[in-house]
Design a protein around this ligand. Structure first.
Ligand SMILES: Cc1cc2nc3c(=O)[nH]c(=O)nc-3n(C[C@H](O)[C@H](O)[C@H](O)COP(=O)(O)O)c2cc1C
Length: 326
């Protein structure tokens, strides 16, 4: 964002509109965009939108919190890039689990250059489901991705070949279980394959697919004809606890990892099957050593350009009638 904020950190209505727009570019399960915002003198409030849950694939709203965490990271990062500091309070109102965070922009001594470069990646990040080339993700980039997760209080462990093979099996199994469940398929159909004119859901052109075979979920999963060193390109982000706050943090970590990848020209897509099936998630936890709650699995590499997905209009995600200064 080019508009520099006042030394007090106060954001004009135009700046609030810009940072909210950045927040809405976050990824969300099936592009449900399960967030709402309220702007007032106390700051910008982020709410979970109770009308945009996925009762079959996300009954305990874990992925909803991940998605909202990603939006929160975008919001914080856009405020940083504008030259203010986003003072953030998680779950600020006792007894209101839908009010996830309050963000109050304050004066900042200097712009954080790293966050400014991540802010520049917000609009360029897209879920990339195309086949990835054999070019390996450089080891240095993997270190940066691990660091990105840790800065946001999550972990991206290095997986050994046995763990990667085990994860592959769990992906296959969870995919099989989900595609055998008519309720899961019905929910998936409600949100995907949408044509032009829709402001949510995964458009047909974005290439999501659920088929009974596992060619899609295991696409490019290491091994096979890949160059030596090309794997691992599948990573897991985990947290040490699994409360709502940990899930919200995991979403911020996921988004920081994704933007760090985008800034380095690395594409990513999600493999959420093994964390959406509770019994498989428990086995993945064991596979990781028993200390981490797996929150999301990502596929990283180099794909073909993909189209952007739609977003709801600002007036549809604002609890307050119009953006105000904060
Ligand atoms: C928590 C989470 C889980 C997701 N799981 C999957 C998945 O299993 N398969 C998939 O193709 N996309 C998955 N996505 C990607 C969303 O479909 C995508 O973010 C959304 O359609 C918006 O598109 P964009 O990421 O290109 O902005 C997931 C996203 C999030 C945040």
């Amino acid at each position: 964002m080019t508009l520099q904020v006042a030394p007090s950190g106060r954001l004009s209505a135009e700046q609030v509109t810009a940072v909210l727009h950045s927040a809405t570019l976050a990824p969300s399960t099936h592009n449900t965009q399960p967030w709402l915002f309220s702007v007032g003198p106390a700051g910008i409030e982020l709410y979970a939108d109770p009308d945009r849950t996925l009762p079959v694939s996300d009954p305990d709203r874990r992925e909803l919190l991940l998605s909202c965490g990603a939006a929160l990271f975008n919001l914080r990062t856009a405020i940083h890039a504008a030259g203010a500091h986003p003072v953030t309070t998680f779950f600020p109102r006792r007894g209101d689990p839908d009010l996830l965070a309050l963000v109050k922009p304050r004066g900042a001594a200097a712009t954080d250059r790293k966050l400014a470069s991540l802010a520049a990646a917000i609009a360029r990040r897209h879920t990339n489901r195309t086949p990835f080339t054999a070019k390996p993700v450089p080891a240095g980039a993997m270190g940066a991705l691990r660091h990105a997760a840790e800065v946001e209080h999550a972990w991206l462990p290095r997986l050994d070949p046995d763990q990667l093979a085990g994860l592959k099996e769990l992906i296959r199994e969870s995919h099989r279980l989900q595609t055998a469940d008519p309720a899961f398929l019905a929910e998936w159909r409600r949100w995907t394959g949408r044509g032009r004119g829709k402001r949510d859901g995964v458009p047909f052109a974005a290439g999501g697919a659920v088929t009974a075979d596992d060619t899609w979920v295991l696409r490019d999963y290491g091994g096979g004809s890949r160059a030596p060193g090309a794997a691992p390109m599948v990573v897991v982000i985990g947290t040490f606890a699994d409360l709502a706050i940990d899930r919200l943090r995991a979403g911020q970590a996921m988004q920081r990892v994704l933007l760090t990848a985008t800034a380095r020209g690395i594409d990513a897509s999600f493999i959420s099957q093994p964390v959406e099936v509770p019994a498989i998630r428990a086995r993945l936890r064991e596979l990781l050593g028993g200390g981490l709650w797996p929150q999301i699995v990502l596929r990283l590499g180099y794909g073909a350009p993909v189209p952007r997905t739609p977003r709801r209009a600002l007036e549809d995600i604002l609890v307050t009638p119009s953006p105000l200064s904060v």
